[in-house]
Design a protein around this ligand. Structure first.
Ligand SMILES: Nc1ncnc2c1ncn2[C@@H]1O[C@H](COP(=O)(O)OP(=O)(O)O)[C@@H](O)[C@H]1O
Ligand SMILES: [Mg+2]
Length: 252
């Protein structure tokens, strides 16, 4: 049994987390055709499936609802329930070329959202043994770090644009992660940089900058057309920058 390298992408909303998560999946699939790779859309705002060009499929929240309906009739303990969640998830998740995928889904009420995050935390702990690489496109902001959903993450990739707000968010997330996440490596990708000279003003505090990615009109166009990351040309800056970041972390 191996322990997976679990990569989570965190940061403010709209900075490119989903695009970069999708780029990571593409790069890992290309680099490691024989490894077991899992992509998780952990953002209730959804998007990774579109970026990867796949159907969202059965979500973790769908499974949670099924199980919640049954649990009242069962006598088994918590670990029994978890095994059952894991089993169903492995059955329900999408097996795509070179990787598997599932989304946590979009629970309708706030209370359900906490519940699905608790499931996600447990499921990640169980799936560590079934995969070599896991990419988690996490929710914007601090919540999933705060709730220890990402506690097993080994590599934290902070994404920010060049804005002060963006870099402040990743520094806040990092401070909380230092307490609650057992990560081995972390670093930042600064995305959508229109002019390299702005980098003189970008301050990520104690987070090392792994790569800088430019504003890429093609990426925007792909997003508008709903095209997948697998159709992006090899030379796309988002692929180059994401690859550089993964190399810096010794993932590639
Ligand atoms: N380097 C880039 N150049 C141009 N557009 C980008 C770039 N990175 C991301 N985008 C666009 O920015 C928007 C937000 O990106 P997304 O990956 O969904 O961010 P997040 O997941 O952080 O909310 C999308 O329309 C995406 O296509
Ligand atoms: Mg997103």
């Amino acid at each position: 049994m191996t322990e997976a390298k679990i990569l989570a992408v965190a940061g403010k909303g709209g900075v490119g987390k989903t695009s970069i998560s999708a780029a990571m999946v593409r790069l890992l699939v290309r680099a490691y055709p024989d490894k077991r790779i899992l992509a998780i859309d952990a953002d209730p705002a959804v998007g990774l499936s579109t970026a990867l060009g796949v159907d969202p499929g059965t979500t973790l929240d769908d499974i949670r609802k099924e199980i919640t309906g049954e649990v009242t009739e069962r006598t088994g303990g918590v670990s029994d329930i978890l095994e059952s969640v894991k089993g169903r998830l492995l059955d329900a998740m999408q097996h795509l070329s070179g990787y598997d995928f599932f989304a946590i889904g979009r629970p309708e009420t706030a209370g359900c959202y906490c519940a699905v995050n608790t499931y996600l935390r447990q499921v990640i702990s169980l799936l560590i043994h079934d995969y070599d690489y896991v990419v988690v496109d996490s929710e914007a902001g601090i919540e999933q770090v705060n709730r220890r959903v990402l506690e097993k993450v080994t590599h934290l990739i902070f994404v920010s644009d060049a804005s002060k707000k963006g870099t402040q968010v990743i520094q806040t997330v990092k401070r909380v992660a230092d307490e609650l996440v057992m990560y081995e490596r972390c670093g930042a990708i600064i995305n959508r940089v229109t002019d390299p000279s702005v980098m003189d003003f970008v301050n990520t505090g104690d987070i090392p900058i792994l790569a800088v990615i430019g504003e890429d009109a093609e990426q925007t166009e792909f997003d508008i057309l709903g095209k997948s990351v697998f159709d992006l040309p090899e030379r796309a800056d988002i692929l180059r920058g994401t690859e550089e970041a993964l190399r810096q972390m010794n993932i590639l």
